[in-house]
Design a protein around this ligand. Sequence first.
Ligand code: HEC
Length: 97
Amino acid sequence: MKLRLPLAAVLLGLASPQVLAAGPAPLAAQGCLGCHGPEGAGAGAVPALAGRDAGELRALLHAFRAGERPATIMDRIARGYSEAELAAMAAHFAGQR
Ligand code: HEC
């Protein structure tokens, strides 16, 4: 079958060390992109996450989760993730341009 080799190459490419090294963040972060735009670049009134300080993003997410920061939706969203996931997502978005 002619298709098999190119397909295998694509699959191997997806499992490259660079992608794996990024850890679980990109997977969890997929759920943020619908509102925060591609790679978290911001979309309309929804603030950008990309390239911001990881500690700041983490603090914002904690404040949402604790109900200490006014929110329309992020308070509920932030409660759906573990501490490790929030930290991983903050690091992920901080690394985006
Ligand atoms: C349903 C749309 C939606 C989704 C999904 C969503 N967000 Fe948000 N996000 C918002 C809105 C709207 C705000 C502004 C605060 C509010 O109204 O809740 C916001 C604000 C934020 C802020 C604060 C930014 C600032 O400068 O004040 C952070 C950090 C954030 N979101 C992170 C995330 C992360 C991480 C995810 C994925 C787990 C995510 N958001 C998923 C809509 C969304």
